[in-house]
Design a protein around this ligand. Structure first.
Ligand code: ATP
Ligand code: MG
Length: 364
């Protein structure tokens, strides 16, 4: 799948843009603050219908304007899909495909997706556990859309339980009311645990393979799922979760907070047996993030049969020559690369790329 054509109107610093892309490698170069990242963001947004950068969709609208409009033609195995998104300053965004408005996720073409590589991704390794959980959950619901329902229900039940814990702290006679919430938490929580473990088992070998290719196999690499619940076995997840919840109830009441469950877990990346978050070098951490993202792209390709678009924001300058080539060596993916200087792009990649200069919200 690839994006053949893009139109933007009042999107970030792009007043108006109408551009065609190559199905292979597209390089966007230009000085700082010209709109390179904004352009990648527009492709990500049109593909995945959300932004990783903007906290609210409205931030995508050009300052002081009432709306932003994006239109793309995606060439999929099943034929071209023309998708339009309008983001309004005062109401929900409207998504259309082939001119027809789409109101549900289930109506939207599943073949279109993009993976974003950004220097900020380093936080995925160095940052708080919540960022790693979010990464894990996002990749899972991209390949298993029903997963988002489990998450929504789980976090709703969790919020109720936490409110109740606070009430029980003030009035201990209410404590019997916690039981039904524990059961509900275990129902969805155990599904989340199971999906996460299953997924890590599947993506683990991919990450390992890519990591070996990138590092030449000299470093031993392992992923651990760090659990806040003591599981005896895969079949007893629900019972074990319930038991742990009961065991920590006093503590939970004292803190007015649920101290175990999927919302407390983490993923640990071990390099030669040491947690990359605390012991990995800057370069190793970078490499690891790239491998995670590439594995994400690979698994999306395998599950959906369409290669996602790869958006590489400013990652070339941080890699050495061999790795620059490796990251672009894609499995049939369309690639977009941004750089402030073409000298960061290896000659053999430049030779087969389409080049665009980005300057003050326009492209030549
Ligand atoms: N909603 C918006 N409306 C108008 N301009 C915006 C909006 N959001 C961001 N900008 C501006 O867009 C400009 C370009 O930002 P962008 O991040 O795309 O630059 P860049 O080319 O990637 O630069 P760098 O090389 O420094 O990463 C910035 O000057 C920013 O202030
Ligand atoms: Mg940028």
């Amino acid at each position: 799948m690839y994006l053949s054509h893009l139109r933007l109107f009042d999107f970030r610093n792009f007043k108006e843009l109408d551009v065609s892309f190559s199905p292979g490698i597209n390089i966007l170069y230009g000085d700082n603050a010209q709109g390179k990242t904004n352009l990648l963001e527009s492709i990500f947004f049109l593909s995945n219908l959300r932004s990783e950068r903007a906290v609210r969709d409205q931030q995508l609208i050009m300052y002081t304007r009432p709306l932003a409009f994006l239109r793309g033609v995606f060439e999929t195995c099943a034929g071209p899909v023309e998708r339009e998104v309008t983001v309004y300053s005062d109401k929900k965004k409207v998504v259309k495909e082939g001119g027809n408005q789409k109101n549900r996720w289930s109506e939207i073409c599943e073949d279109i997706s993009a993976v974003f590589f950004s220097p900020d991704d380093l936080n995925l390794i160095k940052g708080e556990p919540s960022l790693r959980r979010k990464f894990l959950d996002t990749v899972i619901y991209h390949i298993k859309p029903g997963y988002i329902k489990y998450l929504q229900v789980y976090y709703r039940v969790l919020a109720h339980r936490n409110t109740l814990l606070k009430a029980v702290k003030k009035n201990p006679s209410l404590s019997d009311n916690i039981d039904p919430w524990d059961l509900q938490l275990c129902d969805t929580g155990s599904r989340i645990f199971t999906e996460r473990l299953k997924f890590l088992e599947r993506i683990g070998p991919d990450i390992l393979e890519i990591f070996k290719k990138f590092t030449g196999g000299s470093t031993d690499f392992k992923i651990n799922y760090i659990n806040s619940v003591n599981f005896m076995s895969r079949d007893s997840i629900r019972q074990d979760f319930l038991k742990t919840l009961k065991g920590s109830r006093e503590k939970d009441i004292a803190r007015s907070f649920t101290t175990c469950g999927p919302h407390r877990d983490d993923i640990q990346f071990l390099l030669d047996g040491h947690d990359a978050r605390f012991f990995g070098s800057q370069g190793q951490q970078r490499m690891l993030v790239l491998c995670l993202k590439m594995a994400q792209a690979k698994i999306l390709f395998r599950e959906r049969g369409e290669a996602p678009i790869m958006l590489l924001d400013d990652v070339m300058s941080e890699l050495d020559l061999t790795r620059r080539k490796l990251i672009v060596e894609n499995h049939g993916s369309q690639v977009f690369i941004t750089t402030t200087d073409l000298k960061f792009i290896p000659d053999e990649i430049l030779a087969k790329s389409k080049l665009y200069q980005v300057r003050a919200g326009s492209m030549e």
